[in-house]
Design a protein around this ligand. Structure first.
Ligand code: ACO
Ligand code: KIV
Length: 558
C-alpha cells in the first residue's frame, strides 16, 4: 500500500503481451490507409453474444438486412451450435434465400468435434460460407483454462482444422475457412505463428482458394504500436502469405480499438472484423463506422454506405436495446454540435466560405467531414445554442432557419440577449426558442408606442410624413419632414416627444425563409450618451417595415 488514502496497487499488475522477436516497424513509415480492407460484420455474433438480451430471430433477420444495405459482403451470422435461435436463424437465411449472391455468410465454431459437426449440419444447403474455427492460444488460457502444453493446444487447432476440411469435403457447398488463435494478444507471437502455420499446412490454401487467418485483439493488453508490430511480424513470416487473407478483430478494452485497427491495416492486415457502433464483448469490438468514416475523411472510399447514419443508429438502438453514446465518433448525437461561441463563429464563417468559393474539397473548422454526407443536418446537428454560445452561432441559426441576415453589429446585441435567456433558464435553446426571443425583444415592438398608419408625400425636395400612433390607448397624429421617409418619421417622433437620438444604422432585406414576400428592416439609434439600441420591423411593405424597426428601437430605448 503506497499511502493511507490509496487503495489501488499497480504493483499487482504486469504487462501480459509479447513483443515480436524482431523489430517490425515498417508500418510506422506509412502515412494513411490507401484502400478499404475487406469488412466483415460480426454484429450478429460477437455483438449479439454480448447483449443483455440477444436478438430474437426476427430481430436478427432485420439486422442482417441492414448490414446488407450498408454494403457488407461478409457477415458473421452467428454461432449456430450455441442455441436454437442461432441455429434457426442460419436455417432461415438459407431456406428463405435471404443471402444475396454477393454476400458470404460466416459462422463461428469452437475447435470441438461435436460443435464443428453441428455447425456443418446448420450449413446444409448454403451456397457459400466461411467456417470460422478458433481456440485460445494465450499463456493465461493455456495455464488456467485448458491446463495444456503448447503442443496440446496446437493439436486442438490442427484437429479442428482437419475436421473442417473433412466435413467441408463431405458437404455440398462452397466453403472458405478461417482460423483464429483466440487471445492472440496474450500469446507469444512466435507461438501464434507456429499454430497458424500448422493450420495452414493442413488447409494448403492457394491464390484461388484463400483462407483467412484472423489475429484477434481478444483483449486489449498493450499499446497500439505493439499490436501493429505483432501484425507486421505475422504478415512477414506467415506461410502461404499470398493465399492468406490476414484478418484482424480488435476489441476495445483500453479504448484503442480504432487505433489498433488503423495501425494493423498499415502493418499488413487485409480484412477487419468489427461491429456497428462498437457493440461487442465488454468495451466492445472495433466500431467499423468510425474506421470507415476516418478513411472517408482522408478521401478514401470505404466501400460502405453510411449516408443515412441517423436512421441506422435508430434501428441499431431498437434492435440491440443498446444506446449509441452522444460522443461516439460520427454517430453520436453531439459529435457535430458546437455550443461554444468561438467554434460556432468559425463554423458559420467556414460554411459561408464553402458557399462562396465552392472549393472541390471539404474544409470547415471543427467539422472533419461534411455532416450532410452521413445524413446529419447543419440546422439541428451543428450549431446548438446555450449560455456558452456567441453572436456568430446565434446569428447563423436565425439566418439558416428563418432567413434573418442580422447586421454584424446587431448580432452582438442579439447574441447577449439570447444567451442570457439560456443562462437564466439553464437550458439549451432550440431554433424556435431563439426566434421567439429575437421577435419578443427586437421585432415590431409596439409598447408604449404602436404604429397605426403612415403616409408620405414628396414636397419641396423633401419627404413629409404623417404617422398615426397609439400611445397609452390614445391615437395621435404626428407630422415630420426629412430627407427620406425614415428620416421624416424619426423627426416626427422627436418633434412630439422628449426623445433625443440619431439613426446610426439601417439595413433591410427580403425574408425568403418561412414567409412569403415580407421585408425585414433593422434600425440602430444612438442616444446622446453613446448608447446604441437596435430594433427590427417585419412587414409586407418595405417602408412600413423600416418604420416599425425605428419604432421598435424607440420603444426599446424607453
Ligand atoms: C472471444 C470469443 O468471443 S469466442 C466466442 C464465444 N462465444 C460463445 O461462447 C457463445 C456461444 N457459446 C455457447 O453457446 C457454448 O459455449 C457452446 C455451445 C459453444 C459450448 O457449450 P458448453 O460445452 O456447454 O460449454 P463451454 O463453452 O463452457 O465449454 C467449455 C469447454 O470447451 C473447451 N473449449 C472452449 N473453447 C474452445 C475452443 N475454441 N476449442 C476447443 N475447446 C474449447 C473448454 O476448454 C472447456 O473444456 P472442458 O469441458 O474440458 O473444461
Ligand atoms: C472468436 C474470436 C475471433 C473472437 O471473437 C475474439 O477473439 O474476440
Amino acid at each position: 500500500m503506497k499511502g493511507d488514502l490509496i487503495s489501488m496497487n499497480s504493483e499487482k499488475y504486469k504487462r501480459q503481451y509479447f513483443m515480436p522477436p524482431e523489430e517490425c516497424l515498417d508500418w510506422a513509415r506509412k502515412e494513411y490507409i490507401t484502400k478499404a480492407p475487406d469488412w466483415c460484420s460480426v454484429d450478429l455474433r460477437d455483438g449479439n453474444q454480448a447483449l443483455i438480451i440477444p436478438m430474437s430471430l426476427d430481430e436478427k433477420v432485420e439486422f442482417f438486412k441492414y448490414l446488407v444495405k450498408v454494403g457488407f459482403k461478409e457477415i458473421e451470422v452467428g454461432f449456430p451450435a450455441a442455441s436454437e435461435t442461432e441455429y434457426t436463424f442460419l436455417r432461415t437465411l438459407i431456406e428463405q434465400d435471404l443471402i444475396p449472391d454477393d454476400v458470404t455468410i460466416q459462422v463461428l465454431t469452437q475447435a470441438r468435434e461435436h460443435i464443428i459437426k453441428r455447425t456443418f449440419e446448420a450449413l446444409k444447403g448454403a451456397k457459400r460460407a466461411i467456417v470460422h474455427v478458433y481456440n485460445s492460444t494465450s499463456l493465461a488460457q493455456r495455464e488456467q483454462v485448458f491446463k495444456k502444453s503448447k503442443e496440446e493446444i496446437l493439436k486442438i487447432a490442427t484437429d479442428g482444422a482437419k475436421l473442417l476440411k473433412k466435413l467441408a469435403d463431405e458437404t455440398e457447398g462452397n466453403f472458405q475457412f478461417e482460423y483464429s488463435p483466440e487471445s492472440f494478444t496474450g500469446t507469444e507471437v512466435e507461438y501464434a505463428l507456429e499454430v497458424c502455420n500448422a493450420v495452414l499446412d493442413i488447409w494448403k490454401p492457394s491464390p484461388d482458394w484463400k483462407v483467412i487467418i484472423n489475429l484477434p485483439v481478444t483483449v486489449q493488453l498493450s499499446m497500439t504500436h505493439v499490436y501493429a508490430s505483432q501484425i507486421e511480424y505475422m504478415s512477414k513470416h506467415m506461410k502461404y502469405r499470398d493465399s492468406v487473407v490476414l484478418s484482424i478483430h480488435p476489441h476495445n478494452d483500453r479504448g484503442c480499438g480504432v487505433a489498433d485497427t488503423e495501425l494493423a491495416l498499415l502493418a499488413g492486415a487485409d480484412r477487419v472484423e468489427g461491429t456497428l457502433f462498437g457493440n461487442g464483448e465488454r468495451t466492445g469490438n472495433v466500431d467499423i463506422v468510425t474506421v470507415a468514416l476516418n478513411m472517408y475523411s482522408h478521401g478514401v472510399d470505404p466501400n460502405l454506405d453510411f449516408s443515412n447514419l441517423p436512421e441506422l443508429t435508430k434501428n441499431y438502438e431498437r434492435l440491440t436495446r443498446m444506446n449509441v453514446y452522444e460522443r461516439q465518433p460520427y454517430s453520436g448525437k453531439l459529435v457535430f454540435a458546437a455550443f461554444s461561441g468561438s467554434h460556432q463563429d468559425a463554423i458559420a464563417k467556414g460554411m459561408h466560405w464553402i458557399d462562396d468559393r465552392h472549393p472541390d474539397y471539404w474544409s470547415v473548422p471543427y467539422l472533419p467531414i461534411d455532416p450532410k454526407d452521413i445524413g446529419r443536418e447543419y440546422e439541428s446537428d451543428v450549431i446548438r445554442i446555450n449560455s456558452q454560445s456567441g453572436k456568430g452561432g446565434i446569428g447563423y441559426v436565425l439566418e439558416e432557419n428563418f432567413g434573418f441576415h442580422i447586421p454584424g453589429k446587431m448580432r452582438e446585441d442579439v447574441g447577449y440577449t439570447v444567451k442570457d435567456v439560456s443562462d437564466k433558464q439553464h437550458r439549451e435553446l432550440v431554433p424556435k426558442d431563439i426566434l421567439d426571443v429575437f421577435k419578443t425583444v427586437y421585432v415590431n415592438i409596439s409598447s408604449p408606442i404602436a404604429l397605426k398608419e403612415c403616409h408620405f408625400i414628396q414636397k419641396d425636395g423633401g419627404i413629409e410624413a404623417e404617422i398615426s400612433l397609439e400611445k397609452s390607448g390614445v391615437d395621435k397624429l404626428y407630422h415630420g419632414r426629412g430627407n427620406g421617409r425614415l428620416d421624416a418619421v424619426s423627426n416626427a417622433l422627436q418633434r412630439h416627444s422628449d426623445l433625443d437620438y440619431s439613426i446610426v444604422s439601417y439595413q433591410e432585406h427580403a425574408l425568403t425563409v418561412g414567409s412569403n414576400s415580407k421585408a425585414c428592416s433593422y434600425v440602430a439609434i444612438q442616444k446622446p450618451n453613446g448608447t446604441v439600441v437596435w430594433g427590427a420591423g417585419i412587414h409586407e411593405d418595405i417602408i412600413t417595415a423600416s418604420v416599425l424597426a425605428l419604432i421598435s428601437a424607440v420603444n426599446r430605448i424607453q
